[in-house]
Ligand binder design. Structure first.
Ligand code: FE2
Length: 491
């Protein structure tokens, strides 16, 4: 189904895994449940007389003119919640982005949530601001700099001083896409980029992506390379960057000693049935996803909203959860019911036939490493990822602020480390979230295609079994790009 293909491709693209170049795993219209299907080549039309404008060229010019016109109209910011560059990210195609500011520790720690996603699968995207003890502010993982967002940030600037550091703690596109524009709004700040940045489809220099020349720097590798005000207030550590053929995964986490807070980007999420406030103003996506089938006409009630949120989380984490049965394109088009729900022209291309509650509960109520990181990325580097989690777990934090899903998590270093135990043969301890294997189906299919195409390496053995640390490291592929190599753990 094209919609699922678009959703899967877009979300995997966030992690630098380009499925279209893989040419595998994409669900074929005649198959269900993500079975392998071939991608057909588009026939190339030959041009005729080189001196005349062919019909195809005329059509292209018309298309470009219409596109420019739409872009001009579409990028105008008429509302404080509008973000003119909304179309720049294939997974963030929403122009209106309400910003929700939350004070986590008065006078010291604030978070800012906006929605991001595609096809009504929207989850919170979060920026955190910390007050530096020497004065001024430290920003972690910027979000879209709408007029509303800037006003909320500037209220804090007015009281606590200028933004001195803007840190992009990740190479993931959904964080990077907003950081350059945000950085331009605060000329006094130094911008620090997680190592291993890349851009897609071509590897553009950082300045092309909006990062200001002259005050954009690479993330320090050690406290010795860091500004003194960082060392006064924080400990920090980088995971990776783990370079793949088309992308990378890398993350730098910060421990703020004063508030006992760990700032992470993607390495921790908590799944929780509480519907996030990003939906308060527009619950339509919850209603869309709360249906079991296209003919369901569901009312807007708190229970329905929770059901919709449950499914949105499953789509966001698995792309194609086990509980759905995808319909063929012609069937989905024939059955569309815009009179019941007009989103996507009334198309609802699947039925919920399985137990979404069990799938949701299995991953709820504790710190979780997202299934895609578990199955496609961190398991390619089990020793390095566990070493990282062990070092982080030594810091005495009592709170984790992740960049997605639930905010202000009350977990410690022990919890953080336990959530990484999927990299060991014994797995995460009982009581910690653990995905239902059936939900991994699409990601496992994707893994086969990505390994076969050479986009990612074969996963080495897990830690704690018959293989020694040395043997696992020997079976790990450490790739390099632009002089940056995936770091190898000490033997
Ligand atoms: Fe992220």
């Amino acid at each position: 189904m094209e919609i699922l293909r678009l959703l899967s491709s877009s979300l995997l693209l966030l992690l630098g895994l380009n499925l279209n170049s893989v040419g595998a795993f994409v669900p074929h219209p005649t198959n269900h449940r993500g079975q392998l299907g071939a991608v057909e080549a588009t026939p190339v039309e030959e041009d005729g007389d080189p001196n005349s404008v062919s019909r195809r060229q005329a059509a292209e010019l018309t298309f470009a003119a219409v596109g420019l016109g739409i872009s001009f109209l579409g990028t105008r910011e008429v509302d404080p919640q509008d973000y003119g560059l909304w179309g720049i990210l294939p997974v963030g195609t929403y122009k209106k982005k309400k910003t929700i500011r939350e004070t986590i520790v008065p006078g010291k720690l604030w978070t800012f949530d906006q929605k991001f996603g595609i096809l009504d699968v929207q989850v919170p995207l979060r920026m955190t601001i910390v007050k530096l003890s020497d004065g001024g502010l430290f920003v972690y993982d910027p979000i879209a700099a709408t007029a509303e967002c800037l006003e909320l940030v500037n209220e804090i600037v007015k009281e606590h001083g200028p933004i001195r550091h803007i840190v992009l703690g990740s190479v993931a596109l959904e964080h990077k896409a907003y950081s350059g524009v945000f950085a331009q709004k605060f000329p006094e700040a130094t911008i620090w980029l997680q190592k291993g940045q890349y851009s897609f489809p071509s590897n553009l220099p950082d300045s092309f992506l909006g990062f200001p020349v002259g005050r954009t720097k690479s993330m320090p590798s050690s406290p010795e390379e860091a500004p003194p005000e960082w060392n006064k207030d924080f400990d920090f550590l980088s995971l990776g960057p783990f370079i793949s053929r088309d992308g990378a995964f890398g993350e730098t986490v910060f421990f703020h000693r004063d508030t006992k807070t760990l700032l992470v980007t993607d390495t921790t999420v908590e799944v929780n049935e509480e519907v996030p406030p990003i939906y308060d103003a527009d619950p339509a996506p919850l209603i869309y996803h709360a249906r079991d089938t296209v003919t369901d006409n569901v009312p807007d009630t708190p229970e329905v909203r929770k059901k919709g949120w449950r499914r949105i989380v499953l789509f966001a984490l698995y792309f194609n959860p086990a509980g759905i049965m995808v319909k063929d394109v012609d069937v989905a088009l024939k059955e569309r019911r815009p009179d019941i729900n007009s989103d996507f022209l009334g198309i609802y291309p699947w039925d919920w036939v399985g137990d979404d509650i069990a799938s949701f509960k299995a991953i709820s109520g504790g710190p979780l490493v997202a299934p895609i990181l578990q199955s496609l990325l961190l398991n390619r580097f089990p020793v390095e990822s566990l070493d990282f989690a062990e070092k982080v777990s030594k810091w005495p934090f009592e709170r984790i602020i992740p960049a997605h899903l639930k905010n202000n998590l009350k977990y410690t270093g022990k919890d953080y480390l336990n959530s990484f135990k999927f990299l060991t043969t014994s797995g995460v301890p009982a009581g910690y979230p653990k995905p239902v294997e059936a939900d991994f189906k699409l990601l496992r299919d994707a893994e086969v295609g990505l390994v076969e195409s050479g986009a990612i390496a074969e996963a080495p053995p897990l830690v704690g079994g018959e293989y020694s640390r040395e043997e696992i490291i020997a079976r790990t592929l450490y790739r390099c790009r632009d002089g940056i190599c995936a770091p190898k753990a000490p033997l």
